[in-house]
Write a protein that binds this ligand. Sequence first.
Ligand SMILES: N[C@@H](CCC(=O)N[C@@H](CS)C(=O)NCC(=O)O)C(=O)O
Length: 243
Amino acid sequence: MIRLFVFPPVLRGTPNPGPFCIKLETALRLAGVAYETSYERLAAKGPKHKIPFVEIDGERIGDSTLILERLRDEQGVDLDASLSPRERAQSHALQRMIEERLYFVMVHSRWLEPENWAKLKTAFFSKMPLPLRLIVPRLAQKRVRNSIVTQGLGRHTREEIYALGAADLAAVSTVLGDKAFLFGDRPTMADATAFAFLISIIGPDFESPLRTSALGHANLVSYTERMGEVFARAARTHLRRAA
Ligand SMILES: N[C@@H](CCC(=O)N[C@@H](CS)C(=O)NCC(=O)O)C(=O)O
């Protein structure tokens, strides 16, 4: 049995505060892989010092993509089995755009917009004992700010950052078009990834120009709702199977 380590679900309208946690859990559910969930706040417990991570037969493995590649290679778990080589390449490019750029726009909107930061701080840190509650949030925010600057996005103006995010969302919307899922009528790995980040952006917890851009694409909104139903239905099947 796989043990999945994700953040505690501290947000109201989003399954998990970590989009990579939602991505991995969606993929496991879609593939019908049995797992048990443990909540973890400390990224340092993971082998890559990031969350999510999993434990399989006592071994801890980090990184959502590497975990899924391992499950594909060792257990034949492959949500993309029906895709052509060209579709796999397109799926790869789409997912890397979402994870390596759109993600940082989302992080900026959550951690560095004053109103969102106030909400995030309460959700993440309000249960921490004093004096940690006064020190840790500021250090964490500073680390996030530095990481966005190092990544490159943080060197742009606020307008430029949201324009870059809007362009990524427009690309996802165009690829989706009027299809049910990104590569046709069945969800694949790209849908697990796109859903995770879209629900993180569209969910009701944080307002931002990025959310406004996403809400401007009717197909992304209905797609996120559709994937939300797939995610919940797959959970019910998963729980029935475990019972
Ligand atoms: N490439 C990783 C990214 C995971 C990631 O960035 N996790 C963030 C939360 S969304 C994290 O653990 N941050 C805590 C930290 O960096 O200390 C994956 O796909 O799992």
